[in-house]
Design a protein around this ligand. Structure first.
Ligand code: ACO
Length: 401
């Protein structure tokens, strides 16, 4: 495709494609996805291999810069991130202004946006060097904000982690450290989280990523573009599905475990209820991430000696859906979020923190997509429309209406 000629053209046919189901908004070299075959690759590496062998920080580097890092590159990247993990004390005051009951996604989106005020140099970033500085800043500060958002809900003191720990180990400590200093630092916990974060790290032009790219296309800074992405991820049709899945599975359990009743509700076109964690805009065969997460859920629960009735209900629902013509005909299969909540829960993460965990995982993907868009000097995102409103009419004075 001659992208240059497309770029300069605003003439000709306007395509109407609600939900952009068949519209490509950009060329991208980051993530390859084949929805028919259930293939997902980051920069050419299969998601299965990365989930098994890589660490989340390596995947961050890979997504953002295009290649797996050498040990030296990884060390420098990590050192630079740690050097930027400090969050201005005044941000704590902003956090204090939120009620404890505030949903963490709203708080996180606000705090990420607020960071701009404390880091004005992160806004006008045209050179790769300035972009790098903004990137390591947010990679350093975002886990701190996520952990703080959680601790504030529990009324626990806000704290920094430990620079001697790995990126994910440090996050686990910041989240779970009790005032006594104790927390569950088991390798199983860190490994499971590392895997989940990798599986969520990028997914080409999904709703939140498209949001980040479109906000960034106006040359708004990285942090506010990410803040908008967090807001987009919050919705239950997107990242918010992981919370909605567990709430649905719990409701089925409370109701006596009759999965058939809920299947019937999901199929009833007069009922707005949907089987949460099922269906995907692009995957029309299976979601490769769901396969890995289902196995991980089994492994984590077994290694932690947890028996969770909700996992049995989830498996039962999946089995029924695979045999049900409604779901088969519409190619509705479990997506990444169907089993992830079961793992989060077994790690002691409360349900309203599930979507923030997704945001933490998706952060490198958003950053990589924003960086790609800016380096390619993509034009401002500005879709067209088909106008279906009134024709020209005259203003009617108030007394004549
Ligand atoms: N339960 C019941 N029916 C469903 C479901 C579901 N979970 N998902 C889709 N359908 C039905 C629709 O009602 C529609 O039926 P129809 O053809 O009879 O009208 C058909 O399947 C196609 O659905 P659309 O909504 O048109 O598909 P779309 O690609 O727009 O939506 C989406 C995809 C949003 C993921 C949808 O499947 C859904 O709402 N799933 C539940 C929420 C969820 O799990 N979201 C997480 C997605 S993964 C992620 O974002 C990380």
């Amino acid at each position: 495709i001659d992208i240059k000629s497309l770029r300069s053209s605003t003439k000709g046919v306007v395509t109407l494609d609600p939900g952009y189901k068949n519209t490509g908004a950009c060329e991208s070299a980051i993530t390859f996805l084949d929805g028919e075959k259930g293939i997902l690759r980051y920069r050419g590496y299969s998601i299965e291999e990365l989930a098994e062998k890589a660490t989340f920080l390596e995947v961050c580097y890979l997504l953002i810069f295009g290649e797996l890092p050498t040990q030296q590159q990884l060390n420098k990247f990590h050192t630079d991130i740690k050097g930027q993990s400090h969050v201005d004390e005044d941000v704590k005051r902003i956090l204090d202004g939120f009620p404890k009951s505030a949903h963490p996604m709203g708080v996180l989106s606000s705090l990420t946006s607020a960071l701009v005020a404390f880091n004005p140099s992160s806004v006008n970033v045209d050179s790769e060097e300035d972009m790098y500085k903004a990137i390591v800043k947010i990679l350093g500060k975002f886990p701190v904000l996520t952990a703080w958002t959680y601790r504030k809900r529990l009324g626990l003191p806000l704290d920094y982690g430990d620079d001697n720990l790995g990126y994910v180990d440090n996050f686990v400590k910041m989240m779970f450290k009790k005032p006594s200093g104790e927390y569950n630092s088991k390798q199983t916990v860190v490994d499971a989280l590392d895997k989940l974060l990798i599986l969520h790290a990028d997914h080409e032009q999904n709703c939140s990523t498209s949001t980040v790219r479109i906000v960034g296309s106006s040359h708004a800074g990285l942090f506010v573009s990410l803040s908008a992405g967090i807001a987009a991820l919050w919705g239950p049709l997107h990242g918010g599905a992981n919370q909605a899945v567990i709430e649905m599975l719990e409701a089925i359990k409370e109701d006596g475990g009759d999965t058939k009743k809920f299947m019937a509700k999901a199929k009833d076109k007069d009922d707005p209820f949907r089987l949460m964690g099922f269906g995907h805009r692009v995957y029309k065969n299976f979601d490769p991430r769901a396969k890995i997460i289902k196995k991980a859920a089994d492994d984590v629960l077994e290694s932690m000696g947890i028996e969770d009735q909700v996992l049995d209900i989830a498996k039962g629902l999946e089995k029924e859906a695979l045999e049900d013509s409604y779901f088969v005909d519409r190619k509705l299969y479990p997506n990444v979020d169907f089993y992830s909540g079961i793992i989060y829960r077994s790690l002691g993460i409360p349900v309203e923190m599930f979507t923030p965990m997704f945001a933490l995982g998706r952060l490198p993907g958003w950053i990589a997509q924003w960086r790609e868009m800016r380096l390619k000097k993509e034009p401002i995102g500005r879709p067209r429309q088909i106008y279906v409103g009134e024709n020209l009419r005259s203003y009617v004075p108030m007394e004549e209406r």
